[in-house]
Every structure is written in C-alpha cells, then in structure tokens.
Design a protein around this ligand. Structure first.
Ligand code: ZN
Length: 397
C-alpha cells in the first residue's frame, strides 16, 4: 500500500499535512504540539501547508506535519496525565506497549500512535530524514535551537541565525528527539518564543521555510523570500547565534510549589546568589553566575530553570576536529576508561580513577553522559550512532 494511503487511513486526524514530491529527495518530518499548551508549531505548519495548496511550488522528497499531544492541545494544557516529551526511553516505551487498554493514560495512547506513524514513515521513505520538533516557552525568550551534539545536528543547526543549546538531553529523561537521535537521524528542536504569541508563530513559519530550503526539499526557484525569513529569525534572536551548554538543571517534583520571581527571561545574565524563585516556601538563589535559561512561569513542568554557559568557538572547532580524526579510540588507554561492551560504542568511566577528566572533556569527544552509579558513568558516543553517511551528499554537510 502506498504511504499516502496508509497515512490517510491510520492517522487522518494526526496529520496536519503531507506532501509527496515526484522526485526523490529529503524526508521532512515536523512535529507541533507535543506539549498541548504550545500551539504555535501547529498553526505555523497549517499556514505553510496552505501555501503549498494555493501556490505551485516544486519539491523534491516528502514532507509531513504531525500533531503531538492531541487531547492536551484541545484543552490547551501542557499534558493531561504525563508529559509526552518525557516518555521516549526504550524501557518506558516497552512498558507502555504491554499495558492493557484501561491502564493507559491519554499520553501513553498518544505515544503509541506517534510511534506507529514514525515507524511507517521510516519504513516507507528513503531519507535523508530531518526531524524537527516545535516548542515554545513559558517565559519571554529569544528563539533558539536545542540539539543532541552529534555533528550532523550541529552542522545543520548552524545554518539558522539563532542561538543553539547543546546537551540539554543529558538533563532530561525521554524527550522525543533523544529517541530519534538514538536511531541516528538528524533531529532538532526549535523553541520559537513565548507560548501563544504571534511572534512564536511567525518565527516557526520562518524556520519551516528555511529548513525546507537548506535540506534541498525546495527547488532553487522557490526561495525568493528566503531573505525575509532569515532576517526575521536573525532580528528575533538579536543577532545571537552562539552555542551554549547546559551546566545546571533546577529539578522539580510534581507536587512542588514553585514560583519564579517576575521579570526573568531566557538568555538573561544572572550573578551568583541572585534571588530567582520560591520553592515550597523557601527562597531559591542562583548557585553560580551564568546565563538563565527557560525560567518556568507555568504550573506544569519538571524544571524550574536551567543555567547555561557560552561555549567558545575554539572549543567547538577542536571538538569537530577530534571527532573527524576519531581520537576517541585512544581514550581507552587512559586509566579508569574502558569500553562498556564489544560494540565499542560506549565507554565506562570509573570516576574514582578518572576523576581528573571533566564532563566537558568527554563532550568534546562526542560522548553523552549517563550516570550509572556513584562511581561510574556510561558514555554514549553520539557519532557512532549518527547515520552520517545518509547526509554526506547534502549541501550543508
Ligand atoms: Zn514544549
């Protein structure tokens, strides 16, 4: 059965739009509304698909717009029972798959439907695949990109004139994009602005057109308004296209009472000891100086705020180089560092022995941390899983 038919039958309501070009090319997969109180991505996708309906635009490859948490979108809530963007770990997916119908939360059902759709697309399309997930934030913010730091993600993200945040997935359990990354595909999150704002929708529209162009989905002749979209993002981001890494996550429990002091926004500088919030009746002061990121101004959410810091350009260049020459092969010569298994994709680091190596050092080499216990960290090599060869012929690679 043709994929168009499968999509039409199985997921008519979940598909915002689907375009199948006659010529082979990239597969663009956009998600909107994984969080139900963030409809800007959905509206932007609707707008772009309308443009395709009313104008003749020639394309290569295919494009999908997919709704995330449908019942939550309907109620304009982040989620109903569980955060749909924190369920995408292998064990959790397997657990949900074994649940009886009456045991499933609305988000469990949403996950299973999305997973089936995702698998259908991956089985029927040839790629290269681009997965882009649209979000907004509760505070005011510059638009920004979040990525897992694989070189394919970094190279593609760099094309957009907005700041880029690396490594947030190490602090979050089970975001959708981490799941897609473990499959090796290019994926990035775009946070377009504050919830329900006009600017967030406009920035997302600009982002969609630019990504369609950069991936090669649009043929040359149809990029006449590229400059406008680029300028829109550039000015919304105030010409900030730096890279940042997350250095702190202020975690919250579901029952916690957390309230951010008014007036903070993402990318604002903070000094150590700045009064930031109140948490279960106690005051919260910044534990270090840095750049505040995603302060929480809504009731639902697992993080009160993050602190990020700028990554110097020289570090970015060095890290691209060490990955190119695959210097990670030498790491096992270091005391306290060994391969976790025969596949040589993961390192086991014994912190008692290798404590002189910082997390930042392993980041540089392309590894993602996961704490196993007090003395061991498991390091996943992002470059080993990334399907780099799929993207080799792309103009941006
Ligand atoms: Zn979100």
């Amino acid at each position: 059965m043709a994929i168009t038919e499968v999509i039409r039958q199985k997921a008519a309501k979940r598909i915002i739009g689907h375009i199948q070009g006659k010529v082979q090319g990239p597969t663009m997969v956009f998600f909107g509304g994984i969080h139900g109180n963030e409809p800007s991505g959905v509206e932007a996708l609707q707008e772009v698909f309308k443009e395709f309906e009313t104008h003749s635009i020639s394309v290569k490859g295919s494009m999908y717009g997919i709704l995330g948490n449908m019942p939550a979108l309907f109620q304009k809530q982040r989620f109903l029972a569980r955060d749909l963007n924190r369920l995408w770990t292998k064990p959790e997916i397997e657990r949900i798959q074994t649940l009886a119908k009456d045991q499933k939360t609305p988000e469990d059902e949403e996950l299973l439907e999305l997973l089936e759709l995702l698998n259908t697309i991956l089985e029927n399309e040839t790629g290269p695949f681009y997965f882009i997930d649209f979000h907004t934030t509760s505070s005011r913010t510059l638009p920004f990109i979040t990525i897992n730091d694989a070189m394919i993600n970094r190279k593609f993200a760099k094309l957009f004139p907005v700041p880029i945040i690396l490594g947030i997935e190490e602090y979050l359990e089970g975001p959708l994009l981490s799941y897609i990354n473990t499959k090796g595909y290019l994926s990035l999150g775009f946070e377009s602005g504050q919830h329900f704002t006009e600017e967030a929708r406009i920035n997302t529209v600009a982002f969609i057109w630019l990504s369609l162009q950069y991936s090669g989905f649009l043929k040359e002749a149809h990029v006449a308004n590229e400059v406008d979209h680029y300028a829109q993002l550039q000015s919304a981001a105030r010409h900030n296209r730096n890279f940042y890494e997350v250095i702190e996550r202020y975690a919250l429990e579901p029952e916690d009472k957390f309230s951010m002091k008014p007036g903070f926004e993402s990318f604002g500088k903070i000094e150590k000891n700045t009064l930031l919030a109140s948490h279960n009746g106690n005051t919260v002061h910044a534990s270090q100086s840095g750049i505040l990121f995603m302060p929480l101004y809504q009731t639902l959410g697992g993080e009160g705020f993050f602190i990020v810091r700028l990554i110097p350009k020289s570090i970015l260049r060095i890290s691209a180089y060490v990955r190119k020459i695959k210097a990670d092969r030498l790491l096992t010569l270091l005391p306290g560092v060994s391969w976790a298994d025969a596949s040589k994709e993961r390192l086991m680091v014994n912190l008692k022995v290798a404590r002189f190596f910082s997390k930042a050092f392993f980041h540089l080499m392309g590894f993602r941390n996961r704490v196993v216990d007090k003395t061991h960290i498991l390091m996943n090599n992002r470059e080993k899983t990334a399907k780099n060869e799929m993207y080799e012929d792309s103009t941006w690679y």
